[in-house]
Ligand binder design. Structure first.
Ligand SMILES: Cc1ncc(COP(=O)(O)O)c(C=O)c1O
Length: 388
């Protein structure tokens, strides 16, 4: 068994990464500590970097052909990690990014002015991708009980009309960190099935889980007909810059429509490094992932203990998935805007502004804890100095 070093500090400044080098552009600050964008400050696994170097060794970076190894690695990963073997290589479509795939699905499965449901607070591109495709955005806010979030099925049923064609599910959910239970997914599936609504299940966080993950693919066959899964190894293995992802779709009519949109926009080719990274991550990544999950769990527990001991005005519920903490600042007697300014200019910390995830995100800020424990400790002390 290998020992992986998640304690290593890697200086990302001046490496042209948005998390550090985008601070001036997006926040007009230079030296704040970036705890925002959802990528990790850990090294991309060495076995993947080594496999990518082998691509250079071929000496020519010409057009690649997609070998069976790509599809086989996806199929074997789902079997190993999620005990799923109910799809074949014909059901997998490659795309250059999950949000790109989401936009293609909206175009393929609905018409202008049709209604698309999202469950807020949620990953902000879900809003723009619907609006930019000229579809009508319908909000089905999650129910919040002491920062534990559940789906509001009653509200969902009330909002469905004959124009409702799609529901975008975030599973696990960014930013609230829920891993949806099989019962919750079944209820959702039943409502969508009865109303002929296609579910787009974005499962990009499905390997970063601290409890057993249920994919929509685990449900009965009849619910898989009106379904597409979007996924990528990019979050799990810190590969977001490679823009590689895939769709799993078992329904041949949906697949045909999707293929025609993908071909129309020429977004179905993954670059030569993206292809290699999928094969490498999914064939070699299990042990590394177990170490990563343990490290993330320790970091989450550290934040929990730290805040409970030192600060009773910032609270959160430990996430069931992801390295993103949905911090609740509502006990602080200040406006949302002032809290954000104080985070940025006094605490020197860049968190994601919760209100960008929907209006339910007022008084919330999203903290990325995928960094070395030492660096996390420094950030927490800055946070505590300002808000204690
Ligand atoms: C739920 C969700 N979907 C998609 C993405 C981004 O995927 P991509 O970079 O492949 O477009 C993210 C990134 O944070 C995410 O949280």
């Amino acid at each position: 068994m290998k020992n992986y070093n998640f304690d290593e500090y890697i200086n990302r400044k001046n490496s042209d990464c948005v998390k550090y080098d985008g601070l001036k552009k997006y926040f007009d600050v230079e030296n704040a500590r970036p705890m925002w964008v959802a990528d990790m400050d850990f090294q991309t696994p060495k076995f993947i970097l080594d496999d990518l170097k082998k691509v250079f060794d071929k000496k020519i970076l010409g057009y690649p052909i997609v070998s069976n190894k790509v599809h086989d690695s996806i199929i074997s990963w789902y079997k190993k990690r999620h005990d799923l073997s109910n799809f074949t290589e014909n059901d997998i479509l490659l795309t250059s990014g999950v949000v790109t795939a989401l936009s293609a699905c909206i175009e393929a499965f609905s018409n202008e002015n049709d209604e698309v449901i999202i469950q807020t607070p949620v990953y902000f591109p879900f809003f723009s991708v619907v609006k930019d495709n000229n579809r009508k955005l319908i909000l089905n806010p999650l129910k919040n009980s002491d920062d534990y979030y559940t789906m509001d099925f009653k509200d969902l049923e009330n909002k469905i009309t004959s124009k409702t064609k799609l529901l975008i599910l975030c599973s696990p959910h960014n930013p609230v960190g829920r891993v949806w239970s099989k019962e919750e997914l079944l209820k959702l599936a039943k409502i969508c099935y009865e109303n002929n609504i296609t579910i787009i299940s974005d499962e990009i966080h499905s390997d970063l889980v601290f409890k057993k993950f249920t994919s929509f693919l685990h449900l009965e066959d009849k619910y898989l007909n009106n379904l597409v899964i979007l996924n990528s190894p990019s979050k799990t293995f810190n590969l977001a810059g490679l823009n590689s992802s895939y769709i799993i779709c078992k329904n041949s009519t949906l697949k045909k429509r999707l293929n025609s949109v993908i071909n129309k926009h020429h977004i179905g080719s993954v670059n030569i490094f993206g292809l290699e990274s999928i094969i490498s991550a999914y064939n070699k990544g299990e042990e590394w992932l177990e170490f990563l999950l343990q490290y993330l769990k320790d970091n989450i527990n550290y934040v929990d203990d730290f805040l409970k001991e030192n600060n009773n005005s910032i609270t959160f519920n430990k996430p069931e998935a992801t390295y993103l903490l949905w911090l609740n600042f509502s006990k602080i007697k200040d406006s949302h805007k002032n809290i954000f300014d104080r985070l940025l200019h006094n605490a020197n910390l860049v968190l994601n502004d919760g209100s960008t995830f929907g209006k339910e995100g007022k008084y919330y800020f999203r903290l990325n804890i995928a960094l070395s424990k030492n660096e996390l400790i420094k950030s927490l002390s800055y946070l505590n100095n300002e808000f204690n």
